[in-house]
Design a binder for this molecule. Structure first.
Ligand code: NAD
Ligand code: MG
Length: 379
């Protein structure tokens, strides 16, 4: 039986995940067709992509870079792309809280969201899950750790799981003494040992804020308590995560670091389709595989994020927003690396108890956290 290709919208098509996704989709035109593309401001690359994939909808958020007359412009283009009738899968590869409304709109419209934009689920996990129930939509993770867990679970539910162990590369400062870490430069922090990614997630990997976001993401995706989610450092990034089941059996998913497999799997789950995106797996070549405890005291963003997750309400949104703002200030050269966790801590102390009952409350907490970081650290 032949089925018609499923329509895909890629939000953030010009980024690291967005361009990876287009490489994957190019190999699977029998199964998927690109219906919509959006970007923040890179009109030149967006135009190239549009010429290659001929989507029915193209949107650009910031209208400064010579957009085509037929393109949709402004922040609402994300939601417009996510809601389209000819789209059944929305790959949300936007960075940061800006992706929230598109995720909500897509799952409310009954679509699959292939979710790279983890910040969405961190800031508004309960809201996003409620929107899935309301509209019949589903979330399938793109993050390599969560894709690994989904693949290990293979349909088993949280009741069968004792524990998840998320792997972390440890980032560029894994082996640096703590006093040196506090004064790391932007160039140092952007030099990730195993993954090539966008700038914001690369900094999050250096502070371990990324792993905190991923713990919260796992809590919501797999319906597990924070006590059941641990982190271990694995510098080679070959084991993408572990699931320990209630009988003591432990499964892991492995592969050479490449986002092509998790992107493809988020599109095809629960099916597997033949593909060539991941380089051949040679355990001898990849050995040794090593594991270390996290240096929690030297990378406090992990603890701060997990505490915010446990606290619930608006605290995860405040953690996320403070982190986004602090990372932006660090990338602009306005604060030292060591101020990123300090700024998060201060914002959580001031606003972590804010109301998080609905979208507007969460956006207010997000804005308050950003303001707090800018005013206290950004001058
Ligand atoms: P990136 O910076 O390379 O790309 C971000 C994309 O989002 C770009 O297309 C940009 O135009 C768009 N964008 C940025 N700000 C926007 C805004 N305000 N409104 C609308 N669009 C906007 O980032 P990335 O590395 O591709 O990461 C994207 C998301 O995927 C992040 O949430 C990240 O944590 C997650 N992720 C990335 C990787 C990776 O390997 N890069 C792995 C796992 C998860
Ligand atoms: Mg990850």
């Amino acid at each position: 039986m032949t089925t018609s290709p499923r329509g895909v919208a890629i939000l953030g098509s010009t980024g690291s995940i967005g361009t990876t996704a287009l490489r994957v989709l190019q190999r699977h035109t029998d199964r998927f067709v690109v219906r919509a593309l959006t970007a923040f401001s890179n009109a030149a690359l967006l135009r190239e992509q549009a010429e290659q994939f001929h989507p029915a909808f193209v949107g650009v958020v910031r209208n400064g870079g010579d957009p085509h007359a037929a393109w949709a412009c402004g922040p609402s283009c994300l939601v417009d792309a996510a809601r389209r009738d000819d789209v059944s899968i929305v790959l949300n590869a936007v960075v940061g809280a800006a992706g929230l409304d598109a995720t909500l709109a897509a799952v409310r419209a009954g679509k699959r969201v292939a979710l790279a934009n983890k910040e969405t689920l961190v800031m508004a996990g309960s809201l996003v899950l409620a929107a899935c129930r309301e509209g019949g939509g589903e979330l399938v993770p793109v993050d390599s750790e969560h894709s690994a867990i989904l693949q290990c679970l293979a349909g088993r539910t949280s009741g069968d799981v004792r524990r998840l162990v998320l792997t972390a590369s440890g980032g560029p400062f894994r082996a640096w003494p703590s006093d040196r870490v506090a004064h790391a430069t932007v160039a140092d922090a952007l030099h990730h040992p195993t993954w090539r990614m966008g700038r914001k997630i690369t900094i999050d990997s250096a502070t371990l804020a990324n792993k905190a976001l991923e713990v919260i993401e796992a809590h919501f995706l797999f319906d597990l308590d924070y006590d059941q989610i641990e982190v271990v450092v694995h510098p080679q990034s070959v084991v993408h995560s572990f699931v320990e089941f209630v009988d003591g059996s432990v499964l892991a998913q492995m592969g050479v670091p490449s986002m092509e497999l998790p992107v493809l799997y988020a599109l095809t789950h629960p099916e597997r389709v033949p593909d060539t995106g991941v380089p051949p797996f040679d355990p001898v070549e990849l050995s040794p595989l090593t594991f270390e405890r996290v240096r929690s005291a030297d990378f406090p963003a992990l603890r701060l994020g997990v505490e915010a997750g446990r606290r619930g309400g608006a605290a995860p949104a405040v953690f996320n927003a403070a982190n986004e703002q602090a990372v932006a200030l660090f990338l602009e050269g306005r604060i030292p690396f060591g101020d990123i966790p300090r700024a998060i801590d201060a914002a959580l102390a001031a606003h972590g108890g804010a109301d998080g009952a609905d979208r507007n409350a969460l956006l207010a907490a997000d804005a308050a956290a950003r303001r707090h970081v800018k005013e206290s650290f950004g001058c």
